[in-house]
Design a protein around this ligand. Structure first.
Ligand code: KG4
Ligand code: ZN
Length: 348
């Protein structure tokens, strides 16, 4: 082996997945262990923060051990620890941050705090060796809908964002309203397969003052109003048709804003990221739009779209290479903004 391998142990506990991964040189995922709490939170129709924190504490050591075993390494073979320190649920984030600090201290290895959304974007590097900045990326998750200009590794400019609900949040709320339950995204995608996308013409919100911004709360209200109307008129509620029409409305808006940004920025490369990026209808719509414009299109596999630690390991690797390190005073920052990365950070 000519070049030294940089092996990063990454930890992700920002919401309802306890995850650990070992990533070598920022692209080679040696293990990617995810312990999902979905079944537990389904009982309550959504994520209960206190339960999430408690479950992370129960699972974290087991998940890390498994990630090391599957990568055929031990803590002694690890060069640095990467951990999500925001945004997310504070109690959930703290479990990962405390664990990462303990390992960094005990093993005297560098600690690197990672922004969760930066991790989602970096998931694209795993299976796409040709992808490199600059490019535009649409991050669509349960908490965020951001159009981001990735100027360089670790350098991001948000050019559009949601004014209210995130796209994933809209999927979750509409799924609950039509009786599909939690988690909404995959259930709507499945139900939509048998439905008519033109059954109901739901609104597509446009922000006049900022063409790249999104709004999904009006769409959510329109679905609720439609459901109430059906109930009052004694009309049958066809889950599949509502799911398909809603999904089409969301994806039309996501794709429309992305196309506008690609044209305005004269970008030749586009990527998608986050839980909603695992939606096949959205992905295929976006692929076609990019093809029509001659834009190279990238997306992670579904397992790297939803929350995982491999993506955190990739982001941490680029920080490691640029010499950024965090001190043992690293704290969880629940409302961390993309671009706030210098906070808590020591340059060495
Ligand atoms: O990125 P992620 O795993 O967690 C956050 O950082 O929020 O995204 C979770 C979100 C949820 O709102 C979930 O409903 C949505 O992604 N999602 C989907 C699909 N799979 C997950 N939305 C649409 N279609 C899917 N197949
Ligand atoms: Zn996420």
């Amino acid at each position: 082996m000519s070049e030294h391998e940089i092996k990063i142990l990454a930890i992700e506990t920002s919401c309802d997945e306890t995850a650990a991964a070992v990533v070598v040189n920022g692209r080679d995922v040696r293990s990617n262990v995810i312990s999902s709490q979905i079944a537990l939170h389904t009982l309550y129709g959504g994520v209960v923060p206190e339960i999430a924190s408690r479950k992370h504490i129960e699972k974290i050591n087991q998940v890390i051990t498994q990630a090391l075993d599957e990568a055929e390494t031990t803590l002694d073979g690890i060069d640095a620890i990467g951990v999500t320190y925001g945004p997310g649920l504070v109690g959930a984030l703290l479990v990962g941050v405390a664990e990462a600090k303990a390992i960094a201290y005990a093993k005297k290895i560098p600690l690197i705090g990672v922004h969760h959304i930066e991790g989602h974007i970096c998931a694209n590097y795993i299976e796409n060796p040709k992808l490199q900045p600059p490019f535009l990326c649409l991050v669509v998750s349960g908490g965020h809908t951001h159009l981001v200009r990735v100027a360089d590794y670790g350098s991001y400019e948000i050019i559009g964002r949601t004014r209210d609900d995130a796209a994933g949040e809209a999927f979750d709320k509409v799924a609950r309203a039509i009786g599909l339950g939690y988690p909404g995204g995959p259930k709507i995608e499945q139900a939509a397969r048998g439905g008519n996308l033109h059954a109901v013409e739901f609104p597509r919100a446009k922000m006049g003052d900022s063409p790249y911004d999104f709004s999904f709360s009006g769409l959510k209200s329109a679905v609720l109003n439609y459901l109430n109307g059906c109930r009052m008129k004694g009309q049958e509620i066809v889950q599949a048709d509502i799911a398909a029409s809603f999904q089409k409305a969301v994806t039309d808006v996501l794709i429309g804003n992305a196309v506008r940004a690609l044209k305005d920025y004269k970008a030749d490369t586009f990527a998608i990221a986050g839980g909603v990026a695992s939606n096949a209808a959205f992905r295929e719509g976006m692929r076609k739009a990019c093809m029509d414009m001659g834009v190279a299109f990238y997306h992670p596999s579904p397992v790297f779209c939803t929350d995982n630690a491999a993506m955190i390991g990739v982001a941490a690797y680029h920080d490691y290479r640029s010499g950024r390190r965090d001190g043992l005073d690293l704290n969880a920052v629940p409302n961390l903004k993309l671009g706030d990365r210098q906070r808590n950070r020591l340059l060495v």
